[in-house]
Design a binder for this molecule. Structure first.
Ligand code: PMP
Length: 406
């Protein structure tokens, strides 16, 4: 029988535990490189100017109320989100073989996709995750009853992509496996395949009839260019894959707490593609209804205003360049400082990795010294959030890294 006493305590979420420890540290030198949220040069959250503008306009709009959205969310938002990811002129849109539902940010989109595949895929195949990956992938896909496996991704030697290891694993995976792919700015490593490597990945996946599940949480954040950051997804769609996409607007709009995202299912081209896709849309709506009934309105209203207005859209692109540009500057600044000090090891991966995160190569023991002695907080796998660095703490952080590496 169930009694409350039978439930053992769960371990603390490592990332949120890290944030708590940082908040409670009284040192004025402390540096937060843990959480994946953009910070400005004063280590403060940044409200994108374009988001502020859209927000002000929403507050002045007398026609708005607090009614429910529909089950699939705000139509102007989902259609714009769809265009942003596959391109406005994509045949998938023209041929009506992509359906999109608004979700509880990227996490909700990953969950909805996992739940759908778990329920409707007749073979319920194993889902392959990169090693390493965003830790929550493991929990989400386990919760929906999919079995998990890994493919190699990060090479400790080069601190770049273990491309051969990845391809071998994709070849060895049973035909028709689900492969989770980070569309850009891989979390936690900051390492992405090149376009040529993506082409080879697609070729192997086609050969093995694998199903691509794209997770895109950093579009516009990696290169600063929205189209370039969606290249891999657009290429797979062009190649005629059936695939799905979990899309988050948390980072690229700075709408973290507003839980703004979308799930897209693209059916392969063919005479019945549009009908098949509408069936999928109807099943997704039933799943969504039972889980959240309908998604939250506020963040989608903001994103929708920006995505559907060419002037605001251009301002958003400027804001994205501001964020990605500052991060790239911090990458160059950190590498320069470590190289100037002659810190043992090579540091070129700091600038070759992209997006919000860098896999420094620091060991768990070194990470612990950084935290205990230097008040620098990062995840124990040696990942740092580049956005936590700024011109006020770069020297200090470089000095700290130099001291623990020696
Ligand atoms: N996928 C990846 C790879 C991520 O890094 C994140 C954010 N940490 C998400 C999905 C989802 O985040 P959110 O639910 O805040 O959109």
């Amino acid at each position: 029988v169930f009694t409350a006493a039978t439930v053992a305590a769960a371990p603390e979420d490592p990332l949120f535990g890290l944030m708590k420890a940082y908040r409670e540290d009284p040192s004025d030198k402390k540096v937060d490189l843990g959480i994946g949220a953009y910070r400005d040069n004063n280590a403060k959250p940044w409200i994108l100017p374009v988001v502020k503008k859209a927000d002000d306009a929403i507050h002045k709009d007398p026609s708005l109320n607090h009614e429910y959205l529909s089950i699939g969310g705000l139509p102007d938002f989902t259609s714009a989100a769809q265009k942003l990811i596959v391109g406005a002129t994509s045949p998938a849109i023209q041929e009506k073989r992509i359906c999109s539902l608004q979700t509880i940010s990227g996490t909700g989109a990953v969950h909805l996709g996992g739940l759908f595949l778990s329920k409707f895929h007749p073979q319920k195949p194993t889902i392959y995750l990169s090693n390493p990956t965003w830790a929550n992938h493991n929990q989400i896909f386990t919760n929906v009853g999919l079995s998990l496996a890994n493919y190699p991704y990060f090479s400790k030697e080069t601190k770049g992509l273990d491309f051969n290891g990845m391809l071998q694993a994709l070849r060895a995976a049973p035909n028709g496996s689900i492969i989770l792919l980070h569309a850009c700015a891989h979390n936690p490593t900051g390492v992405d395949p090149s376009q040529d490597q993506w082409r080879e990945i697609a070729a192997v996946m086609r050969e093995r009839q694998h199903f691509p599940f794209f997770d895109t949480a950093y579009q516009g954040f990696a290169s600063g260019d929205l189209v370039r950051d969606s290249w891999a997804i657009r290429y797979f769609v062009e190649q005629g894959f059936e695939l799905c996409v979990a899309q988050s607007f948390a980072k690229n709009f700075g709408l973290y707490g507003e839980r703004t995202g979308a799930f897209h299912f693209v059916s392969a081209p063919g005479a019945d593609a549009s009908t098949a896709n509408s069936h999928i849309a109807s099943q997704l709506a039933i799943l969504q209804r039972s889980e959240i009934s309908n998604p939250p309105a506020y963040g989608a209203r903001i994103a929708s205003r920006v995505l559907n207005d060419p002037t605001l859209f251009a301002e958003w692109e400027d804001d994205l360049r501001t964020m990605s540009g500052r991060i790239q500057e911090m990458r160059r600044g950190l590498r320069k400082r470590l190289e100037a000090k002659g810190t043992p090891g090579s540091w070129d991966h700091i600038t070759s990795q992209i997006g919000m995160f860098s896999f420094t190569g620091l060991s768990e023991a070194q990470v612990k010294i950084l935290r205990d002695k230097w008040h620098v907080y990062m995840t124990k796998n040696g990942r740092i959030s580049m956005a936590g660095l700024n011109t006020n703490n770069l020297d200090y952080f470089a000095e700290a890294v130099d001291s623990v590496v020696r």
